[in-house]
Design a protein around this ligand. Structure first.
Ligand SMILES: [Zn+2]
Length: 80
């Protein structure tokens, strides 16, 4: 039953990718105090949408709404 094992393998990979892409940021929004802080400190995923923004002529500066650290936005719109 090689087809069955390939199907199971693809489902496991798909579920893993789904967790990484959809569930983690969603959990970060639902529980910003615990998981959001973990994302900030361990993964470097910050949320600069909350606070004030400033533009220094080169990059957008903001304050992360979860960890209160000063963050900058890259060209893809991510905060670091
Ligand atoms: Zn942060």
């Amino acid at each position: 039953m090689i087809q069955t094992s390939i199907a199971v393998f693809l489902m496991v990979i798909g579920a893993f990718l789904f967790c990484m892409i959809i569930v983690l940021p969603l959990l970060g929004k639902l529980f910003p105090k615990s998981i959001g802080k973990w994302c900030c400190e361990e993964m470097g995923w910050h949320n600069g949408k909350g606070g004030d923004r400033s533009f220094d002529g080169c990059s957008v500066h903001a304050v992360c709404s979860i960890c209160d650290k000063e963050v900058m936005q890259d060209s893809q719109g991510n905060w670091f």
